[in-house]
Design a protein around this ligand. Structure first.
Ligand SMILES: Nc1ncnc2c1ncn2[C@@H]1O[C@H](COP(=O)(O)OP(=O)(O)OP(=O)(O)O)[C@@H](O)[C@H]1O
Ligand SMILES: [Mg+2]
Length: 364
């Protein structure tokens, strides 16, 4: 089978690397001429709204999927008239707009923080009234790595943020004083079977994911069960086929959904070494109509993103249990250049290795 992938970033590259052992072939589509998937597969360069090129792209692939969630929904629908597109464009549409996303969570009884749309300065006062302060004002679409977000302590901050947003549709949501951030990655097959990975703990810095620990320390069955029930209800709503991730805030014993991603997720990279079938493999199995693989963890893992510049690679590789993944991108501040997963059989061994890796990745 040949899989067409919209987006040729590192997620696409890792999809291809997981797909070759299954005998799959790939064709990527990305506007950038030097996207990370180009080193490992056939790459088409084109705009995501170039219908002529998209039609040619679809011709000769068996299924289309995405590794980038901001592909225009109309383009996904256009492709879906020609070739199966998984996950369905409806799920992509819901995940592209924070207002739709939060509304979806509410309709599925997935707890989430308070929110209100802000279209102009006039909406600020009623939105603050509903949401409370402090709050976060976010662009409804196209945000990533914490971009397009303003923390709001007072109505004045909100007025400045609305100006800075230059007419973009916004969402005000309550600032969550969370104990920690968690996320859940799950997959649904074409036949409707679902499998979830263990709940993981994420540490962000300046809006960018730095570290994912799997399983989340002190993970209880109750937390895992809640997170799984949330992600499964979202999967079922769309008759979803593929991998879906939900980012969560933990407050006491409660989980609040922050956002979802209709694709493989950075907090699931540890599954490459930490499970029998990684998120990348299971996404491909799902979209190609194959049976799913086990999502059960093997041992314990911690993933570190390599951001902005690469640390000393030899020192990293000298640590037992380290697996290095470089994406072939040139260094730039704030850019994800690769990741390291450190693996161990026991918590004690993992904690020791984490300290070692952290020193190399983030020397103080
Ligand atoms: N309401 C909130 N309260 C407290 N912290 C928040 C809130 N919203 C976002 N954050 C912090 O900012 C981070 C990034 O926010 P969010 O996930 O909404 O943005 P994003 O730009 O879509 O990020 P990404 O796509 O990289 O996950 C969160 O992981 C969290 O650390
Ligand atoms: Mg996020």
């Amino acid at each position: 089978m040949k899989v067409g992938v919209l987006g040729g970033g590192q997620l696409g590259r890792m999809l291809a690397l997981a797909g070759y052992p299954l005998g799959l072939n790939f064709r990527f589509y990305d506007p950038a001429p030097d996207a990370p998937a180009e080193h490992v597969a056939e790459q088409w360069i084109g705009a995501f709204d170039d219908r002529e090129k998209l039609a040619l792209f679809a011709d000769g692939v068996d299924v289309v999927t995405y590794e980038f969630e901001n592909v225009p929904v109309e383009s996904a629908r256009f492709l879906a008239e020609r070739v199966p597109v998984n996950p369905a464009p409806d799920a992509l549409e819901a995940a592209q707009d924070r207002l739709r996303e939060k509304t979806l969570f509410e309709s599925l009884a997935i707890p989430t923080n308070r929110f209100a749309p802000v279209e102009s300065a006039r909406d600020i006062a009623p939105a603050i009234e509903h949401v409370g302060l402090p709050a976060v004002l976010k662009t409804r679409s196209l945000g990533y790595d914490g971009k397009g977000q303003w923390v709001i302590g007072a109505a004045d901050d909100a007025r400045r943020a609305v100006e800075a947003a230059r007419g973009a549709a916004l969402l005000l949501e309550s600032f969550v004083q969370f104990e920690r951030e968690l996320s859940i990655v799950a997959v649904r097959s074409a036949g409707g079977e679902t499998r979830a990975y263990e709940l993981v703990q994420n540490r962000h810095q300046a809006g960018i994911l730095r570290e994912t620990r799997a399983p989340a320390p002190n993970l209880t069955r109750a937390l895992q069960a809640s997170a799984e029930s949330y992600v499964v209800s979202a999967l079922e709503r769309f008759g979803y086929v593929g991998v879906l991730a939900i980012e969560l805030f933990q407050v006491g014993e409660k989980l609040l959904a922050n956002e979802m991603a209709p694709r493989v997720h950075n907090s699931g990279h540890w599954t490459i070494e930490g499970t029998a079938a990684s998120q990348f493999e299971n996404h491909l199995r799902a979209v190609c109509g194959l049976p799913l693989g086990s999502s059960a963890s093997i041992g314990r893992s911690c993933m570190f993103n390599l951001i902005g510049q690469l640390p000393d690679v030899s020192s990293l590789l000298a640590v037992d249990g380290v697996h290095l993944h470089l994406y072939g991108k040139s260094p730039r501040p704030g850019r994800k250049l690769g990741h390291v997963t450190v693996w161990a059989e026991t918590d004690d061994a993992l904690v020791e290795r984490i300290a070692h890796v952290r020193q190399i990745v983030e020397p103080s």
